[in-house]
Ligand binder design. Sequence first.
Ligand code: ATP
Ligand code: MG
Length: 261
Amino acid sequence: MAKIFCVANQKGGVGKTTTTVNLAAGLAKIGQRVLMIDLDPQGNATMGSGVDKRKLEHTIYDVLLESATVAQTRVKSEKLIKAGCSYDIVGANRELTGAEVELVTLERREKRLKQALVAVDQDYDFILIDCPPSLSMLTLNGLCCANGVIVPMQCEYFALEGLTDLVNTIKQVHANLNKDLVIIGLLRVMFDPRITLQQQVSEQLTAHFGGKVFNTVIPRNVRLAEAPSYGLPGVVFDPSSKGAQAFVLFAQELAARVWAK
Ligand code: ATP
Ligand code: MG
C-alpha cells in the first residue's frame, strides 16, 4: 500500500512545491515508485516537473469531479525520464479554481481524492500531494486521503503563529474525517544558519515539537530556485548542489521513518 503524504502549509511561498517536487525526485532516485499530485490551481508542481499545464488532456480537476480516473490522468515527464529520475504526475491548472465552487454542492465532496486513489494504491510506494496555500476544500481533499502531513516552514517569527491554525485543522480532520492523519514532521526550509533569528526559531521548533522536526534541514540555495524555470526539480537540475543533496537526504530520512513503523 502506498504511503500518502500531503505537503501543506496555508502560508504562501514557504516552499511547499519545492519540497513536493524535490522529495518526489529524491524518492524516485532511491528507487521508490512515486505519484505526485498537484492540488494547486497555480500548477507550479506540474510545471516544475517538466509537464506543460496548458497542454494536459486531463487534470486533477477531472479526477475530483469524477470525469476521469487517476490512471487516465497521470502523465510522465520526458525530462525526468531522460534524467533517469521519473515519477508519475497528476497535473493541475487554473481550471482547478472552479472545483472549489463546484464541489460545494456535491456529495462526499471532501473524500473525492481518497476514493480516486484506491484504484492506483498498489502502483506506488509514495503518493505526494502538493497543497495550495489555503485551508480550502482542495486541501481538505488532500488531508482526508493522507496518512500524514509534511509541513515545510521557514524559521521566521510568524511561522509559528501560522502553525497553530494548521495544527488545529489537522486535529479536526483527524477527529471527524480521517483517523489515520498525523503530522509526519516539520521540515525546516530555506534555512540560513548565519541569521541568528532563524537559529533561534529553529531551536524553539525542536524544543516545542521534538521528534516531529525532521533532522534534515534544507538550506537556502539558489539552484533550487532556478530549477523550476528549466522544468526540473533541483535534485535533477543540479544534483551536486547543497539544496539537491539536502533533499536526497530528506527523502532517505522520510523513507527510513516510514519503514521503521
Ligand atoms: P505557494 O504557497 O505559492 O504554493 P510554496 O509554498 O509552494 O508557494 P515554493 O513555490 O516552493 O513555495 O517556493 C517559493 C519561492 O521560494 C520559489 O520561488 C522557490 O523557488 C523559492 N525557494 C523554495 N525553497 C528554496 C530554497 N531552499 N532555497 C532558495 N529558494 C527557494
Ligand atoms: Mg506551491
